[in-house]
Design a protein around this ligand. Structure first.
Ligand SMILES: [Zn+2]
Length: 198
């Protein structure tokens, strides 16, 4: 599908990227089992869009209307931005589908319902005041174990080690340069500093 010549406003995922519908089914079966049996169709819009002041929206989930339900067997649609989807790796794609399916659930009678976000806020306010409400606490409980999973970047670690080594030898030199001291030995292994006087 040529990106520069979009002639459609909404298209079934199965018509442009059948994998998207397959992935949706997989995410549903793995993490949204309450939705099993509901017919949820992935659709694409050509580009990300704006809604309620938010730009760059790349996905949404909607229950179909009563009339649409009468005319088709579809229960809900997940609408995705084709431009984003094409560029995204598998993990963000899966996360987006997981996010959109999280907006759908069923009530006690098995009727499809929509679910709002369970946390929201401003990054700057979190920066200033920390985790200040229960919805952020919920997010924090989810994020913390992920942070501990982060693997150290070997290049960054090497760079940091080099900087520390340079800072230590600069310090040693500055002490040696000062009056009355002729040698400074700093051993990083033992963490000891030996200063020899004249
Ligand atoms: Zn959402």
């Amino acid at each position: 599908m040529p990106k520069d010549k979009v002639e459609w406003k909404l298209i079934k995922a199965t018509d442009v990227d059948a994998d998207a519908q397959t992935m949706l089914g997989k995410v549903l079966a793995e993490d949204h089992t309450e939705l099993i049996g509901k017919k949820i169709i992935a659709l694409f819009r050509p580009e990300s869009w704006s809604t309620q002041g938010t730009t760059g929206v790349v996905g949404t989930a909607k229950k179909v209307s009563v009339r649409e339900k009468l005319l088709s067997s579809v229960d809900a649609v997940v609408i995705l931005a084709w431009d984003w989807w094409q560029e995204a790796e598998e993990e963000p794609r899966t996360a987006l589908l997981d996010h959109e399916l999280s907006h759908l659930s069923v009530d006690d009678d098995g009727n499809l319902i929509t679910v709002p976000h369970d946390f929201s806020g401003f990054a700057r306010v979190i920066g200033r005041h920390g985790i200040w409400n229960s919805s952020l606490e919920k997010a924090q409980r989810a994020i913390q174990p992920r942070l501990l999973d982060v693997k150290p970047d070997p290049d960054a670690a090497e760079q940091a080690a080099r900087e520390i080594k340079n800072a230590v030898s600069d310090f040693a030199q500055s002490v040696e340069d000062s009056e009355g001291i002729d040698s400074v030995k700093i051993s990083s292994a033992e963490g000891s500093v030996t200063i020899g006087g004249k």
